[in-house]
Design a protein around this ligand. Structure first.
Ligand SMILES: Nc1ncnc2c1ncn2[C@@H]1O[C@H](COP(=O)(O)OP(=O)(O)OP(=O)(O)O)[C@@H](O)[C@H]1O
Length: 316
């Protein structure tokens, strides 16, 4: 399936998921291209898991169409499954199997030939940096290593599309960073990765696109660059002063291009509409007005700011 030359690997149209009278997902339209890392963000209960389960062919949508790797999941579920790897939230491992045995069982299930199995198991252990744990019991691994083992299992059949439900949940900060770096690598190798989280900052620095869900609806969806640019009508500058900034708030509001001024301690935050040359003139104007300027820099606005603007404050 392609659209304007893009290879669309995840496509949904009007996808709805009902549980009895509860609608968990309302008419979802998604198009995620090859090589993208798509962050599905939303608070608990927003509908992320239901969405991912449908994409993974584990749950039939109540309504709508779903294509994975160009395969209609309603009519060609087996073909769709062959190209996708799904990692559930808090997936269990068989604790009494060694790490390599755990992977070997699944390699058999994926019909990897006997001759290739050992090599394939070694390859996925290498990808998730668990080679040294090859002979360890699965039950002896830390939470972060267990998540990486489950991810290794998900990679055995070389899926082009990865569907990862909260892969960093329950991990300590270091294990989170390791998981994030691993996902970056997997995406850099050309896979399409859909990863969910209720923690925005976990995703914002490496996703190419995001979707923010609230109560089963997608409230923001698109490439991060475009989302940020569309909301960037004003630039935010910080002026660091040598003394309390509050006394300068009033006079500065009259300067050309300054839309709003706020002070905190020795800093002034300016909302400013203008290009770099005008920003440079703004700085000259501040100094000419006698402000004791110690520093002047632009504060880039990111995805976190978008979140606040769309009012999804409960997602943090
Ligand atoms: N099997 C089910 N039966 C009934 N309602 C369900 C079922 N699974 C999910 N729901 C409801 O559907 C809505 C969406 O849940 P879902 O698990 O998809 O959200 P989520 O964003 O993944 O949240 P979480 O992070 O807590 O898993 C919630 O209101 C939830 O209570």
């Amino acid at each position: 399936m392609s659209e304007l030359g893009r290879d669309i690997l995840i496509h949904t149209a009007d996808m709805r998921v009902d549980y009895g009278d509860t609608t968990a997902v309302h008419g979802l339209n998604l198009d995620i291209a090859a090589g993208e890392v798509y962050g599905l963000i939303g608070p608990n209960g927003a509908g992320k898991t239901s969405t991912i389960k449908v994409l993974a062919t584990l749950l039939e949508p109540t309504y709508g169409e779903v294509f994975i790797g160009g395969h209609d999941t309603a009519t060609h579920a087996a073909e769709a499954r062959a190209v996708l790897g799904y990692m559930p939230d808090l997936a269990p491992v068989w604790e009494d199997l060694k790490v390599w045995e755990f992977l070997d069982v699944f390699a058999r299930a994926y019909a990897v030939s006997h001759a290739d199995r050992r090599r394939r198991v070694d390859e996925v252990l290498d990808v998730v940096s668990l080679e040294s744990k090859r002979h360890a019991m699965s039950g002896s691994l830390s939470r972060g290593m267990t998540q990486r083992l489950v991810l290794a299992k998900t990679l055995l059949h070389k899926p082009r599309v990865l569907l990862l439900d909260e892969p960093a949940s329950g991990l300590d900060p270091i294990a989170r960073i390791e998981m994030r770096d691993l996902l970056k690598r997997l995406a850099a190798e050309g896979r399409t990765v859909l990863v969910s989280s209720h923690i925005l900052t976990e995703l914002s620095d490496f996703c190419s696109s995001i979707g923010i869900m609230e109560k089963g609806r997608m409230v923001v969806n698109g490439p991060i660059d475009e989302l940020v640019a569309a909301r960037q009508t004003h630039r935010r500058f910080v002026v660091e002063l040598l003394e309390p900034a509050i006394q300068y708030e009033g006079p500065l509001a009259e300067l050309d291009g300054v839309a709003a001024v706020a002070s905190s301690g020795d800093n002034l935050d300016l909302d400013f509409a203008g290009d770099d040359r005008e920003a440079s003139q703004l700085l000259a104007g501040l100094v000419a007005k006698g402000l004791p300027v110690k520093g002047f820099y632009e504060k880039k606005r990111g995805v976190e700011d978008i979140m606040l603007e769309v009012g999804a404050k409960e997602v943090s």
